[in-house]
Design a protein around this ligand. Structure first.
Ligand SMILES: *Cc1c(COP(=O)(O)O)cnc(C)c1O
Length: 335
């Protein structure tokens, strides 16, 4: 029997047996009344490891970022500054415009996920009269998804925060993969976000949970976030069954994440070493658990490649000899 490992995204991870047991055993209550002990435990545990006052459990990373933007831009007429390749700008349907009614202004992302500090400074708007929106928030992304999963340098994060603070502007970090960033840089998660006002991280990616994100920040910020989550329909009832998965992941799954980085590197090297003109990967772009593969559409389009995998056709992409290097129990690996 062949086993197929689907590596389209770290969102495809499934709960382990231990996580399923934690879900089954969860003690629950109505979390909208703040009476679900497991949700309360997850939120306080997350706040503690992130070094912030409070946290809120949210169904998805997209909602978590939206809630963060809404809670930071409480007054009408706000503008946020964010990278032009950021997930919030590219992959969340423009919800900060259509739902949060916030104006966004982009900063050009460099290949490492940063942007120019001079550009940031030049784009902060002072509301000298009624012409401009008020710059209220800067968003940064760590690790940066589209920029090949790069972890942001700590000096960059601290500099952005310093400039924002001196201008009375908040900083939100979309840290969907903050633990990957911490692992790669060797800097603790609480230190990474020390100067940021808020952080959103995903439980449903490399941490292996079926659902969920957590947003952390100050107590007044989280109070506003609770209202924003509710208006978006994200208030949950007996969510302890989901929070139990989150707690399990934070306690057991962070320590195995280095394997994801190792595997991404091995897969990328295997592709690169093929020296094929129709399927390429640049080893310089492998930083954490993300690897973007360039496929020549004359050979096969990306969607055709995906279709082959879905239909579980035999792989002519990766020779099986590579697979034995990964994990002996798997005899076929399709990307
Ligand atoms: C996955 C991701 C999110 C959240 O996505 P959801 O699918 O809503 O959980 C946010 N930011 C980044 C950078 C992501 O990769």
């Amino acid at each position: 029997m062949q086993k197929v490992i689907d590596l389209r995204s770290d969102t495809l991870t499934k709960p382990s047996d231990g996580m399923r047991r934690a879900i089954a055993d969860a003690v629950v209550g109505d979390s909208m009344y703040i009476e679900d002990p497991t949700v309360i435990e997850l939120e306080s545990y997350a706040a503690k490891i992130m070094g912030k006052e409070a946290a809120i459990f949210v169904p998805s990373g997209t909602m978590s970022n939206l809630v963060a933007v809404m809670a930071h831009t409480w007054e009408r007429g706000a503008e946020i500054l964010l990278g032009d390749c950021s997930h919030i700008h590219i992959n969340e349907q423009g919800n900060i415009g259509t739902i949060a009614h916030v104006h966004s202004r982009t900063l050009t992302n460099k290949s490492d996920g940063t942007f120019s500090i001079d550009e940031l400074v030049s784009k902060i708007r002072y509301n000298v009269d009624s012409l401009f929106p008020n710059t209220a928030l800067v968003c940064i992304e760590n690790t940066h998804n589209i920029c090949n999963g790069t972890p942001l340098p700590l000096e960059f994060i601290d500099k952005v925060c310093e400039i924002a603070k001196s201008n009375g502007i908040a900083v939100h970090m979309d840290g969907a993969r903050i633990f990957n960033a911490s692992l790669k840089t060797g800097v603790s998660v609480d230190r990474i976000i020390k100067n940021c006002d808020s952080l959103s991280f995903c439980l449903s990616k490399g941490l292996g949970c079926p659902i969920g994100s957590v947003l952390v920040g100050s107590k007044p910020f989280i109070q506003r976030a609770i209202r924003c989550r509710r208006v978006l329909g994200g208030g949950m009832r007996q969510a302890g069954v989901l929070a139990a998965a989150g707690l399990f992941a934070l306690r057991h799954n962070i320590e195995r994440m280095h394997l994801d980085h190792k595997h991404a590197f091995m897969i990328a090297s295997a592709i690169a070493n093929q020296n094929k003109s129709f399927i390429k990967i640049d080893m310089k772009n492998i930083h954490t658990n993300i690897g973007y593969i360039d496929v020549d559409p004359k050979w096969m389009t990306a969607s055709q490649l995906q279709m082959r995998r879905k239909l579980n056709l035999e792989s002519d992409v990766l020779p099986s000899k590579w697979v034995s290097k990964l994990q002996p129990e798997y005899d076929l690996l399709l990307i």
